[in-house]
Design a protein around this ligand. Structure first.
Ligand code: ADP
Ligand code: MG
Length: 356
């Protein structure tokens, strides 16, 4: 398959003048989004996600750098002449118009023939699962349904890319999870590029083909969900995505002696930080045999969470390690608060970063 570029950002910077001071909202972002990709910008509030989206849509002009859509430089092209549409958290539907008229609005503006409007709006309402509700007003719909109307209204224009800025932020958790799967299905069905902004890591992991993790105006890592979760490129990413344990110290000969035990860091020497995901760690009563990283500790907390149990284990040096143990039928260990235990894991489950 030949992957064609839908959206390219090259060295994009955005500076604002705020009370006489220059604020850099985006500090130099370079990325390349493929056609048909579900791509997410993920990061904490204020890291520059919305500003980046607005530059893709054309609502903001970059202070530096280039924006290309489908190979064409659009850096100075106004939003209405870019082949992208944006969906916001506040749906901004027309309250006095029916669902049908809300979705048909853009096509009517463009003087699309009546028959074509009928066909396209009908098709789109089917795709977002709102067939039969076309006569309703927005206030007669649930939050999730309103969001689907907003989606249909954007998609009916057949943009080559759809930009979604925290579109599910106003929905409660259960509805949000249902809508995540729904959005993914719709994206597959219409086959267009989605760029999705969120501060919610589980949302990004669930839906995305690739994720750009942003921090303070920069992309810290750009990779698939699995890679980001298992091989975080920085301590920021490790801390932001899921639960992770962080150990640091000075390694010699590929071994980090810490907390009364040792952590294997093959090929690394000097000051290192090591990330280990909680589900990769085993708990045992005795010191394990074999070529493993192994640390002794004391169980400080046990929380039963249905499919798994979460343990907080305190090491000799006071560091706390979180361990998730699957509650499988043949679960071997049941440690209790106050027990002395050993934690162990295979070297390949340590993700090592040499400190700068
Ligand atoms: P996010 O969407 O990730 O929460 P934003 O892109 O909205 O972040 O904002 C990034 C930074 O830029 C923030 O510090 C914000 O205060 C600042 N910023 C955004 N828009 C403006 C503006 N129009 N004028 C001044 N500063 C702004
Ligand atoms: Mg934002």
């Amino acid at each position: 398959m030949i992957e064609r570029s839908a959206i390219e950002l090259e060295g994009v910077v955005k500076e604002y003048l705020s009370h006489g001071e220059v604020v850099q909202a985006v500090k130099g972002v370079t990325l390349d989004i493929a056609e048909g990709e579900f791509f997410s910008l993920l990061g904490p509030s204020g890291c520059g996600k919305t500003t980046t989206m607005r530059m893709i849509a054309g609502f903001e002009e970059p202070s530096k750098g280039v924006v290309r859509l489908h190979g064409q430089d659009v850096t100075n092209v106004p939003p209405n002449r870019r082949d992208v549409n944006m969906v916001f958290q506040s749906y901004a539907l027309f309250p006095h118009m029916s669902v049908w008229d809300n979705v048909a609005f853009g096509l009517k503006q463009k003087k699309t023939p009546q028959e074509e409007i009928r066909r396209r709006v009908g098709e789109m309402l089917e795709i977002v699962d709102l067939g039969g509700r076309e006569k309703r007003r927005p206030r007669e719909l649930s939050g999730g349904q309103q969001q689907r109307v907003a989606l249909a209204r954007a998609l009916v224009n057949r943009p080559r890319a759809l930009l979604l800025d925290e579109p599910l932020g106003a929905l409660d958790l259960k509805l949000r999870q249902a809508m995540q799967l729904e959005l993914k299905r719709i994206q597959r069905e219409v086959g267009i590029t989605f760029v999705y902004v969120t501060h919610d890591q589980s949302e990004a992991l669930t839906m995305s083909d690739r994720i750009a993790v942003m921090n303070d105006g920069l992309v810290e890592q750009l990779a698939g969900p699995r890679e980001i979760y298992e091989r975080p490129a920085s301590t920021f990413v490790a801390g932001f995505i899921g639960t992770s344990n962080l150990l640091s110290g000075t390694a010699a000969g590929g071994v980090l002696e810490t907390g009364g035990g040792r952590v294997l860091v093959p090929g690394h020497d000097g000051v290192v930080s090591v990330t280990i995901r909680p589900e990769k760690i085993r708990i045992s009563a005795d010191k394990p045999d074999g070529e493993l990283s192994a640390l002794p500790g004391t169980v400080a907390e046990v929380v039963y969470l249905g499919t798994y149990t979460s343990y907080a284990v305190t090491l000799a040096d006071g560091a706390e390690i979180t361990v998730f143990q699957q509650n499988a039928q043949d679960a071997t260990t049941t440690a209790e608060r106050g027990d002395s235990v050993w934690l162990s894991w295979q070297a390949r489950h340590s993700y090592v970063m040499e400190s700068r």
